[in-house]
Design a binder for this molecule. Structure first.
Ligand SMILES: [Zn+2]
Length: 558
């Protein structure tokens, strides 16, 4: 007797092969038969008209903090994700000494887009070392399967304490960091992650610690993975981080290297393709380098209380360091505005492109401004005879900064995004689930790939889209026995309606610790999500009775 048979489905097995109609039988959390199935089952699901695929593997999430109070990593499992990779960009909360917890949270509050109150209220700090963090996850249980990078900024803060975001490390400090990375790899980290991005800042504009690392530190820590003989490296590169330098780090590690965050900008339309060309050249020299490419337009919803979108601008830097009580007055300064306007004419790689027709007033605070809602800042500024910078800042100031804006920042050129996604070295990723919570939610990136890119735009056959969301990341990360539907593999499964699968519009909910808000998106066309053979989500989202069926993945193929 099997535990579960899913019958009459169109099966996409994850390998990229043409789909087959058939059934899948599950026993004790594993797939035991696929295609033709014999025997009976305690539970039988008739999947007529539906498609079955391996659960989506989301390789770029930031659930490290959230998962300590929300073991289900909301909303990812509802969106078809059965495995999340956490600790990207070097942002991990382990290792961390009790006395450094507040420092780490203040660093994270910005990049996670989560209030410091939510982090202070929410995080369960029952660990100090990285191995203890993994142990805690295992002890408390997790909804989806979880893999975790050991993060550079976490390690650097552990060793350099208050100096982590201030200076280069000494040779001795690099040695200590190296030992911690090695210990984490031994305990079950999936790799080592870091960031060089100018967009990655802690509280008050302090750069995330890894940005202070010099070449010696970067090379030494990368090389740690050579001795581990497993795992991969990931870096979110900065606008000026040269891919050939990352290739040197890749060579030092002799392990695969995943480069984020490749998003397309209309200001520098060839830049991402240049990165992908460099990656292709490195591949031809035997380096296993890949680009993490986003399948989603980067849409932010924000007020100027949290002006993350502008924080990559040079002209904005003084604002980040000033006392919050002086912030509003500074926004009125003509000198600041002149500097912003000038910088926005530069064709540089940055998050806020200054495409004012793609920035909108979403919600006003003063009913007298209701007529602005839904209109672009470009159009409103033209009508008012103002520069868009002045229009936006004046409106925000008139409403105590409570005006809600939306902006499409990157990845708005769909032809370009499609070209990036089809690149042979592209890994479709970058949901950033668990981060930027107040600004966006791309946790449903996989459903967007299936519905928008495969079904509507026919960018690739659906079996290829499934492959890119499952077996491809499983192979890169050395995740064993997952990512394909095959006898012996773990029963991580997504049952969906190919005619309707996708993600709905984002909406704001107020369920973070201390009542802070986040954006979320519902799934469409999802009928069931099984993690290790257990049903955790259905058409209504994560089930109220969902078991903590996930595993903390600690062993990875070499
Ligand atoms: Zn990230």
């Amino acid at each position: 007797m099997h535990d579960l048979i899913i019958d009459n489905a169109v099966i996409h097995d994850g390998t990229g092969a043409a789909p087959q109609r058939g059934a899948v039988a599950v026993q004790a959390g594993r797939i035991v038969q696929s295609g033709r199935v014999e025997g009976n089952a305690t539970q039988r699901v008739d999947a007529r008209g539906l498609s079955l695929m391996p659960g989506i593997i989301d390789t770029h999430t930031h659930y490290d903090a959230q998962i300590t109070w929300d073991p289900f990593a909301n909303p990812s499992p509802a969106l078809g994700v059965t495995t999340v990779v956490m600790g990207n960009c070097g942002f991990t909360i382990a290792p961390c000494r009790p006395s450094d917890r507040d420092l780490v949270m203040r660093n994270l509050t910005h990049v996670e887009g989560m209030s410091i109150d939510a982090l202070r209220t929410g995080i369960d700090w029952g660990f100090e070392s990285f191995p203890q963090y993994l142990d805690q996850l295992e002890r408390k249980g997790v909804g989806p399967n979880v893999a975790c990078f050991v993060g550079h900024s976490g390690v650097r803060t552990f060793v350099l304490r208050g100096d982590a975001a201030k200076r280069a490390a000494t040779a001795d400090e690099v040695k200590q960091m190296r030992a911690i990375v090695a210990e984490a790899m031994e305990a079950g980290a999936c790799g080592f992650s870091t960031t060089r991005s100018g967009q990655h800042n802690g509280e008050a504009g302090i750069p995330m610690p890894s940005r202070l690392a010099d070449n010696h530190e970067m090379t030494t820590l990368s090389a740690t993975l050579r001795e581990s003989g497993k795992g991969l490296l990931m870096m979110t590169k900065g606008a000026d981080t040269p891919v050939p330098w990352i290739e040197e780090l890749c060579a030092a590690a002799d392990r695969p290297y995943l480069i984020a965050a490749l998003l397309h900008s209309n200001l520098t339309p060839e830049a991402t393709f240049d990165d992908l060309s460099r990656i292709r050249e490195a591949q031809s020299r035997g380096r296993r380098m890949y680009g993490a490419v986003s399948a989603c337009p980067l849409n932010f919803e924000f007020t100027l209380h949290e002006p993350y979108v502008f924080e990559g601008l040079r002209a904005w830097q003084p604002l980040m360091r000033m006392d919050p009580k002086d912030f509003a007055a500074a926004l009125a300064e003509p000198a600041l505005r002149a500097a912003l306007k000038a910088e926005l004419t530069e064709r540089s790689r940055r998050m806020f492109t200054g495409e004012w027709e793609k920035a909108h007033v979403a919600q006003v605070a003063d009913p007298a401004h209701a007529g602005y809602e839904g209109k672009s800042i470009g159009a409103l500024a033209r009508a008012a005879g103002q520069h868009p910078v002045d229009f936006m800042l004046d409106l925000a100031l008139a409403e105590n900064l409570d005006t809600m804006f939306t902006a499409t920042l990157l990845n708005s050129d769909e032809d370009a995004v499609g070209r990036m996604m089809r690149d042979e070295n592209a890994i479709v990723s970058l949901s950033d689930a668990g981060a930027h919570l107040t600004f966006l939610c791309d946790a449903g990136f996989g459903l967007h790939v299936l519905g928008h890119w495969a079904r509507e735009r026919k960018l690739m056959p659906i079996e290829q889209a499934v492959h890119k969301l499952t077996a491809e990341p499983a192979k890169l990360f050395g995740i064993r026995d997952r990512g394909t539907i095959a006898p012996g593999h773990h029963a991580d499964l997504l049952l969906f309606d190919p005619a309707t699968v996708g993600r709905g519009a984002s909406r704001r909910v107020f369920d973070l610790p201390s009542g802070a808000s986040r954006l979320t998106t519902p799934a469409t066309g999802v009928h069931g999500v099984w993690v290790n053979g257990k049903l955790v989500a259905d058409a209504d989202g994560i089930r109220a009775d969902a078991p903590k069926a996930g595993k903390v993945l600690r062993e990875f193929a070499a």
